[in-house]
Every structure is written in structure tokens, then in C-alpha cells.
Design a protein around this ligand. Structure first.
Ligand code: BDR
Ligand code: CA
Length: 318
């Protein structure tokens, strides 16, 4: 079996942890490296969290590098009100003796992308600051990418603002740079945004069963979902960023449409919005001064939620 080489860029984060547990343990995925960026919490905490999750998953050999502390232009904001003070639900799991890779995230990405014999699938589940820095520092390294599947954006509603999804809101310029570079190098991009993000859910009862396991990785997975059920006062919770990893492991579970996408970089109310152009391009669009966006990407508009939730449950419950 040919495993799919994957690199993740994360801001761990409760649901990034769910995504890492899946990517590190799925038998068909070959997680080669993980890079960290400030987002849900500060980059040092993100790095500790990521190391801890990979230790717990029994994958301490996967290199983890610290990256950008703040977005290209914006000041860093955080989402500790959603993810807890330690970014991992304050559940007491963040213990690691391991140091991150000595290289900056951009250097680690550059090394992995330029030395891999096979094209890498990049799965960013965080603001894309590290990836924009990579694209500008080492543009040729982008040739090492076979595909980008990112969690971010939305064709419809936002979450950080009415218009913008958190990861793109946090660093809109970075997303614009990455979409631009992907277009330049012909890299296929799939946007796993808020239109599908909430659909794969795990129930509190399923999470409780995981949390009772003897395996620490399975227990962590269960406790993360239970934390989210408590936090949102619900009997179920989304696997969130883990859905983007499911797209790589099981592409048939998602329906995408190839659409032009721009990132709103100005806007009074809409900075950070992914403007997904769903118009019928056969009509007369002569009055549009903008024309069609250069970046045409696969936007996930429907997902088989139970299928992805089941994939996650089976993998983290092994
Ligand atoms: C995204 O923002 C973060 O809170 C999550 O980890 C996810 O990547 C959802 O908008
Ligand atoms: Ca995230």
C-alpha cells in the first residue's frame, strides 16, 4: 500500500489535536512533519501542545517546528475562550519533555518539500502565516506540493466575524499569498471551510466510550470531544479540523465544486472573507470590473458527516 505523504500546519487547538490524532494514526497516511503557528493560542503553547499530542499518539519521531508567532500584518488574537487556557481544554494532557525541531517552521517545510521523492499533501488547519512565509522565502519549494487541503474560509457564514472564518480572518494576507502561489505552481487546492466543518460530529456517549479506554491516545480523543460537548452545552461536537484530514484519507466522503475564490483584504465588515464566486459564468458579466479570480479551487460544499465521524472514531479508537 502506497501511503500518502502528509505535512500539517497547526495551531493546536482542541480540534487540531483531533486532526493530529487522526493523521498520526491512520494507516494510509504518512505524517512526515508538523509545523506550528500562533492562532488558537500563542505559538509556544501550540508547539508544546503539538509535541504532547504526537507523544501520546506514539509518534515522537515526527519532527515538530515552531513557526510564526503573529500574522503578517494583524496583531495576534487567540481563541482561548473556545479552546481553554492551554489551548487543549485544560485537561492536563500537555506534558512533554521533547524539544521542537531546532529549525524554524519555514526551514523544516523547505527541507521536507525539497527532499521528498513523492509530492506532499499539505494540510493547514490554522492561519496560513508559515505557508505564506515559505512561498515568499522559497517559492520553488512549492513544487514539492502535490495538493493543499486547508481548513479555513467559508462560502456562506463566518465565525470570527459574520463574514470571515477564524483562520483566514487571523491572517488574510497569508491565505491570499498561498492561494496565489498555488495558482502559479498549478497545485490543486481543496477548501474545507465552515460550510462543512460542523457536519462530522461525535456524540457525548461515543466520546465517553473513547475516554474510558486504556490507550492514552484514545482517552485523549474522547476527553477532547467531551470538553467540546461541555463547552457548547451540547450532546455532540464536531471533529472540526480533523475533517480536513478525512478529506485526504477518504476523498469520496466530500463533494467539492471548482470555484473562483478571492480573499477580501479590505472591507469594512468583511476583511478575511473568502469570496467564493458561485455565479454562472456563461452569462453576461460585462459589468463586473473584477473579472474572474485567478485562483480556482475545489470548495467543499457537502460532506458525509457520519462517514467522516466514523472514520475518525475508528482510527482514534484503534
Ligand atoms: C478554525 O479555527 C480554530 O478555532 C479551529 O482550530 C479551526 O481551525 C475554525 O474556524
Ligand atoms: Ca485550527
Amino acid at each position: 500500500m502506497q501511503r500518502i505523504p502528509v505535512v500539517m500546519d497547526v495551531d493546536t487547538g482542541v480540534d487540531d489535536a483531533c486532526a493530529l490524532l487522526l493523521a498520526a494514526q491512520h494507516p494510509e497516511l504518512d505524517l512526515r512533519a508538523v509545523t506550528c503557528v500562533g492562532g488558537n493560542t500563542d505559538v509556544d503553547q501550540v508547539t508544546r501542545n503539538t509535541l504532547a499530542v504526537l507523544d501520546i499518539a506514539g509518534r515522537p519521531e515526527i519532527p515538530v517546528a515552531r513557526g510564526a508567532a503573529r500574522p503578517l500584518i494583524e496583531r495576534a488574537v487567540h481563541a482561548r475562550h473556545v479552546h481553554g487556557d492551554d489551548g487543549m481544554g485544560d485537561l492536563g494532557w500537555v506534558q512533554t519533555d521533547r524539544e521542537p525541531d531546532r529549525r524554524h517552521a519555514v526551514e523544516l517545510l523547505h527541507n521536507v518539500l525539497t527532499t521528498s521523492p513523492d509530492p506532499i499533501t499539505l494540510v493547514p488547519t490554522a492561519p496560513m502565516t508559515n505557508l505564506a512565509l515559505l512561498a515568499r522565502t522559497y517559492p520553488d519549494a512549492m513544487r514539492g506540493l502535490g495538493r493543499i487541503v486547508f481548513m479555513g474560509g467559508a462560502a456562506h457564514r463566518g465565525n470570527a466575524t459574520a463574514s470571515a472564518e477564524f483562520n483566514v480572518f487571523h491572517d488574510p494576507e497569508a491565505t491570499a499569498i498561498v492561494l496565489d502561489a498555488a495558482t502559479e505552481f498549478g497545485i490543486p487546492v481543496t477548501m474545507y471551510g465552515l460550510d462543512v466543518f460542523y457536519a462530522p460530529t461525535v456524540t457525548r456517549a461515543q466520546a465517553k466510550r473513547l475516554a474510558a479506554s486504556v490507550s492514552p491516545a484514545t482517552r485523549l480523543a474522547g476527553e477532547l470531544v467531551e470538553f467540546q460537548c461541555d463547552r457548547f452545552e451540547s450532546e455532540q461536537a464536531t471533529i472540526g479540523d480533523a475533517g480536513a484530514v478525512c478529506v485526504v484519507a477518504d476523498p469520496e466522503g466530500v463533494a467539492t465544486t471548482s470555484l473562483p475564490v478571492r480573499v477580501e483584504l479590505a472591507g469594512t465588515w468583511s476583511r478575511g472573507r473568502t469570496v467564493v464566486d458561485v455565479r454562472d459564468w456563461s452569462g453576461d458579466l460585462a459589468h463586473d470590473p473584477h473579472g474572474r479570480a485567478d485562483a480556482v479551487i475545489d470548495v467543499a460544499l457537502e460532506v458525509d458527516g457520519p462517514r467522516y465521524a466514523d472514520l475518525w472514531l475508528r482510527t482514534v479508537g484503534r
